[in-house]
Design a protein. Sequence first.
Length: 269
Amino acid sequence: MEKINHPKIDIVRHGQAKYGQEKVSLAEAQDLTPEGEEQVRASAEALTELIGPDEEVVIWSSPIGRTLQTAKIIAETLEQKGIHLRDKAKSDRPGIQTHEQLIEVKDFSWQLFKPLIEGGDLTFAGHKFFIDKKLSNPNNLAYPEYFTEDCISKISPEAKTQWPVEYVQIIDGMEKFIEVTRRMMGTLDRLKKLQDKPYRIIIVTHDALMGFIANIFSAGEKSGVDSGEFINLEIKDDKLVATRVGTITEGDYNTDIIEEFNQRHGQKN
């Protein structure tokens, strides 16, 4: 039987960023700190060791400054190693394509989200008010767990009545972890079904979109990855499995990422 070629997939979190840019052109992308640039170069070097001599690479990136600059550094590093990037039409740079579905949490504001975790005074829409951490974060969770467990929806209506209506509307309207993960799973599900595509796809995105995969692979020990780190995915026996997350190279290789998500959330392929 002729072997079916599935694309190999790497998902990279952007390097440490200044968070000064949102959507920009590829040429304008310049939002990583010097440390972030070094993080990405180190990961790109590690990726080159996984790429075969005859493999072509295409890079898909979120359209945000920090991810686009990460994609550029990866592309430059691969080219320096003699790795060929696929040049497609309508690409701003050979080998790099932008995709809206890889964007950060929609309608998210760290400035408005952070007080829910830590408590304290906040001024918004002309109102100055106090957020009692005992009401907004009674279990004292850190950011990753607070977001992945959708703790905003668990805040009592009584607590929310103490805050300005404008603020409550904003935090309730932020994209939920399940919605973010569904976007990523949709992308990966399409890639899982690709056949006779003997090239590697490097996806450059944000921590929230990688959290579910990291959690499954590490049996609950990780809820995301560090800046600049990457996840390796392969299609084995019709399963989309993670073979590495960050520096961890041992995990549950047999868990199909797509099937696990669907089972947990009652969806069908």
